[in-house]
Design a protein around this ligand. Structure first.
Ligand code: ADP
Ligand code: MG
Length: 357
């Protein structure tokens, strides 16, 4: 009871998003031998039997917070609503199986737009043999509200959490970082992508348009790394894993926090795509800014003990080594001249600190 009172006494911005989740965890979570992984990871891992683990994850997308209908088409919105949830199953090394979706729909949205949303949603589910089995439909007085829950499975000895990184483990990411955040900025400044045809109508030259198209596509139509997450888990290579939803600096800090370790990142090794490098100059920010602080890449960030790095190299997944886990519990950026800069988590926070009166 007193916990609830102090929760209401405090501003959410004083607690921050993760402080609030920790508070909720303190009030409501219970230890049980069936709960292998509870609050604090990409998905909960629940023991159904000696050989079966159920993975469950839920993520909401709110109009005006996560998306803006002036630059997101409904097909892409449906696709992305599925992708962000499947990505959390990938980060646990699991296989997605079933899903549920709850919608709060304002009166201004048409039946055709909802249908288009489900075409995009189902296209990604079909690609991963995941079946929609239920949900809920309500009207909304204000924005469009989407909440998706995905159920997946894995076996007990193959669950990869955020807590398994050890000093000396190497740090890797799949794909390239920062593309989605740069794509979002291009969208905000008037770029568009017609997702069905993947054609671009950006008021720019052809080369510039194609580059922006790759970044916009990464933002609107992210592809969850299901096969890669599965291979990393089944091979036993990954000691810890998370999907990059909030940006490298924030998501790495979650692995460090849960594993009680620190990390050093070699700045020059962070994989940056050619379209990002070229677009950054126009957007007047460095590619590194997008890679460290930009969210929604939905790539996998994972750690591998040195003895398993050789095995990792034959898995056939696109990865780059970017750093090493350290015993000292802080995050450092190392540049090519050996200079070290502390790295602070700088991704999206739903309740950022406000200046106090
Ligand atoms: P992700 O970015 O991977 O979706 P989040 O940062 O959203 O993960 O959530 C971190 C953990 O906190 C997850 O285990 C999630 O289920 C849990 N969580 C988030 N919000 C709440 C809430 N309101 N009540 C209970 N658990 C929550
Ligand atoms: Mg996640």
């Amino acid at each position: 009871m007193s916990d609830f009172c102090s929760l209401y006494d405090m501003k959410l911005s004083d607690l921050g998003e993760f402080g609030l989740i920790r508070r909720i965890q303190g009030i409501a979570s219970r230890k049980s031998s069936s709960v292998l992984v509870g609050i604090g990871d990409d998905a909960a891992a629940l023991r159904l039997s000696a050989s079966q683990i159920l993975l469950v994850t839920t993520d909401a997308l709110l109009e005006g917070v996560h998306f803006d209908l002036t630059y997101t088409d409904f097909y892409s919105l449906g696709w992305k609503s599925a992708a962000v949830n499947l990505s959390d199953i990938a980060a646990m090394g699991g296989v997605p199986r079933f899903c549920l979706i709850a919608l709060g729909i304002p009166a201004r949205i048409s039946a055709e737009q909802v249908t288009e949303f489900y075409r995009g949603f189902n296209a990604l589910l079909r690609a991963h043999k995941t079946i929609l089995v239920g949900g809920d439909t309500c009207s909304s007085r204000k924005g469009l509200f989407i909440s998706v829950t995905v159920l997946g499975e894995t076996n007990p000895r193959r669950v990869v959490t955020r807590a398994g990184a050890r000093p000396g483990d190497r740090i890797f990411v799949t794909g390239t970082l920062g593309d989605s955040a740069a794509g979002l900025e291009i969208l905000k400044s008037g770029g568009t992508l017609h997702s069905r045809e993947h054609s671009l109508t950006l008021g720019a030259g052809r080369g510039q348009g194609a580059r922006a198209g790759k970044l916009i596509q990464k933002h609107l139509l992210p592809v969850p790394r299901i096969q890669e997450g599965r291979k990393l888990a089944l091979s036993g290579c990954a000691s810890a894993m998370i999907d990059l939803s909030d940006g490298l600096s924030s998501d790495l800090s979650r692995i460090c926090e849960q594993s009680k370790v620190g990390a050093k990142i070699y700045v020059g090794q962070i994989p940056l795509s050619p379209p990002l490098r070229k677009a950054s100059a126009r957007l007047k920010k460095t590619p590194l800014h997008y890679a460290l602080s930009g969210g929604e890449d939905y790539e996998l960030l994972f750690t591998v003990p040195p003895a398993r790095v050789r095995k990792l190299r034959v898995l056939g997944i696109p990865f780059t080594e970017i750093g090493e886990i350290t015993r000292a519990r802080r995050m450092l950026l190392l540049d090519s001249s050996g200079d070290r800069t502390p790295m602070q988590p700088s991704g999206y926070n739903h309740f950022p600190p406000t200046s106090r009166p």
